[in-house]
Design a binder for this molecule. Structure first.
Ligand code: SF4
Length: 454
């Protein structure tokens, strides 16, 4: 007997604010979690992916609607969910934000999946077909040995970068990060073959390994990266890529050597601050262990292999003043970092930071869910400790102007070229700086900033 056909509409919503860290057109990445959900959906379901990064939402018929959202996208996700709810088409929402805010999400969606959805998606589908869809499903943290290959064929062809995830989870618990809450403290890895098979199929020649930490924290995980790189080399796959890693990657010459040979052009390092007390209070243990005096040796070591360094910093940590923000800006410009990401401390649900700021009544953008769109790393949404929100905004605006000044970025490019001796790596770092330049200056035009009652 042929099974009844169903239609699943998967939606990647775009922040209602339409700017921010996730809205930099050239550095957006495909909605991988939806592609994994699609891969887990039985064959008698037709699947369509509506991606607001490329097309504005218009109502489309479906039997079931699935949405995912980071915090800054969730306002839009709820808007879309309500449109379907009114038409009696059930909606299922998942992702990191709703996993932390399930009560809120249940107001706007019929069903909420909390945690990693892979372990429960088949039940969601089965229950829907049996007309017994539940309101809440709790996903478990499973080993990634059998994780499916995402349906990358559903992605819009306009993405400049492909993406692959090779691990999940982090044993650290940085104050501002929710990875350990959502993906767990255990570092779980996919088999090398699965990773490289997926990497090979990506149509783009530029790829981002989306792991929070590609290198991991043990000799075993470093060995695994070497195996991935060797397999890429063995199969002669010619793609340029970048990844995020902890600063201990500089201890692994073999990893850097094979990574460079396999196409690694840039490594994103979460440096956060050049002040030891700030790293300690943010619980950034690994960077404290490395020691701020050794940071430049880390950058040099990465350069030695022709790879550029993208350093990520935070403005607005609790002990920040206009002076420390100015000093952080000078540090970024004078250090041998090639690309500079400087974003504003953002308390996302699921982080220790969020819980603390709620307890201390320091969230100033708290008209939820509308204000979640402002939690996009380019707006001050909380009351800083040592200055007003207006003073912090002013200091950061001035810092960004200095940091992303076009002449300085050109100088950074020349420095990156000298340090890496690799024009592709230097160009990648320059392009990253240009994206951040566009991002923050687009933000400054945003009228929401003026509307904010600081
Ligand atoms: S910031 Fe990085 S190291 Fe810290 S908890 Fe998050 S993923 Fe782990």
């Amino acid at each position: 007997m042929t099974k009844k056909k169903y239609k699943l509409l998967l939606i990647n919503p775009l922040s209602t604010k339409r700017i921010g860290l996730i809205r930099d057109q050239k550095s957006i990445y495909p909605p991988m979690s939806l592609a994994i959900i699609a891969a887990l959906t039985p064959e008698h379901w037709d699947i369509e992916l509506l991606d607001e990064n490329f097309e504005r939402f218009e109502f489309k018929k479906a039997d079931l609607v699935g949405l995912t959202a980071l915090t800054s996208q969730v306002t839009r996700a709820y808007e879309i969910s309500e449109i379907y709810k009114k038409k009696n088409i059930p909606t299922v929402i998942g992702g990191i934000h709703v996993s932390m805010m399930q009560e809120e999400a249940l107001t706007y969606a019929d069903t909420v999946v909390i945690g990693e959805a892979e372990s429960v998606w088949k039940n969601v589908i089965l229950d829907f077909e049996n007309k017994s869809l539940k309101r809440l499903y709790k996903g478990e943290l499973k080993p990634l040995v059998d994780s499916p290959q995402p349906r990358i064929d559903l992605y819009h062809s306009g993405y400049a970068f492909g993406s692959v995830q090779t691990t999940r989870g982090c044993p650290m618990s940085c104050d501002f990060c929710s990875v350990h809450t959502f993906n767990g403290k255990q570092y779980r890895a996919r088999p090398v073959k699965n990773v490289v098979d997926e990497f090979e199929k990506i149509p783009q020649d530029k790829v981002y390994f989306v792991d929070d930490n590609f290198i991991g924290y043990s000799k075993k995980s470093a060995k695994r990266v070497v195996e991935i790189c060797k397999e890429i080399i063995r199969r002669s796959i010619k793609k340029d890529w970048f990844c995020a890693a902890s600063m201990n990657i500089a201890d692994h010459d073999e990893v850097l050597k094979y990574a460079a040979e396999a196409g690694c052009r840039m490594i994103f390092l979460g440096i956060e601050s050049e002040l030891i007390d700030q790293l300690e209070s943010a619980n950034k243990k690994l960077n404290v262990k490395i020691g701020i005096n050794n940071f430049s040796k880390v950058y040099d070591k990465i350069h030695e292999y022709g790879i550029a360094v993208l350093g990520a910093f935070i403005y607005g940590l609790d002990t920040d003043t206009p002076e420390t923000i100015e000093n952080r800006t000078k540090y970024m410009l004078n250090s041998n970092i090639d690309a500079m990401q400087a974003t504003i401390l953002t308390p996302l649900p699921g982080t220790p930071l969020f819980d603390r700021l709620v307890d201390e009544h320091r969230l100033i953008c708290n008209n939820f869910p509308d204000d979640w769109a402002r939690y996009d790393f380019v707006e001050v949404v909380y009351k800083p400790r040592l200055m007003t929100a207006r003073e912090l905004t002013k200091s950061i605006d001035s810092a960004w102007k200095t940091l992303y000044d076009e002449k300085r970025l050109k100088r950074k490019f020349i420095d990156a070229l000298k340090a890496t001796r690799n024009p592709i790596s230097a160009t990648w770092s320059y392009n990253s700086n240009l994206h951040y330049h566009n991002l923050v200056f687009e933000h400054k035009k945003d009228k929401l900033v003026q509307d904010l009652n600081l």
